[in-house]
Structures are given as structure tokens and as C-alpha cells.
Design a protein around this ligand. Structure first.
Ligand SMILES: [Zn+2]
Length: 88
């Protein structure tokens, strides 16, 4: 799905084919699109996991994703785009 080693991580992807809808969120844990319904799941955590991958992620991964999410939040606060190494 992603090309190259780096990508700008802003949690959104535009779905341009069949769906006429604008932007979807993408799960940081499994790279699947997250619907508003998924977001209500107890297993959904922004920048970490969704109901689909929550049970498959290790605590180490979750901890790492949380740290990364914190950096994204900080980066957004100062109005910068943050580039992250691809981790998979
Ligand atoms: Zn997921």
C-alpha cells in the first residue's frame, strides 16, 4: 500500500474508487481503514489499535505505537508534519 521507506503519517487516506466518501482513518496497528463504528469499539485506540488487530498486537507493539502517537500529537501541536520510518 505504501511506497518508499517513509510516509507522512497523518492517519488519513482518501478512498477514491468505489466509495464516494472522503477520508478514512487508518489503523496504525493493522493498516485497515477504520470506520466511525470501529472507533466506538473499546479495543480502538487512536494511533495504536482497532477491534480487528487489538488481540494480535503484543504489549511491546502497543507501547511503541503509543509513544509514536504521543510524538504525532506533539508534532501536530506545533503545526509540523512528522515523518516516521515504516515499521513493518
Ligand atoms: Zn487495527
Amino acid at each position: 500500500m505504501w511506497k518508499g521507506e517513509c510516509f507522512v503519517f497523518d492517519n488519513r487516506v482518501s478512498v477514491k474508487h468505489d466509495l464516494a466518501v472522503g477520508s478514512y482513518f487508518i489503523c496504525s496497528g493493522c493498516r485497515n481503514p477504520i470506520s466511525p463504528k470501529d472507533k466506538k469499539s473499546k479495543k480502538y485506540e487512536e494511533g495504536v489499535s482497532c477491534s480487528r488487530c487489538y488481540d494480535t498486537l503484543t504489549n511491546t507493539q502497543k507501547t511503541r505505537f503509543r509513544m509514536r502517537q504521543r510524538q504525532i500529537t506533539l508534532a501536530k501541536r506545533v503545526g509540523k508534519k512528522h515523518k516516521f520510518q515504516k515499521e513493518f
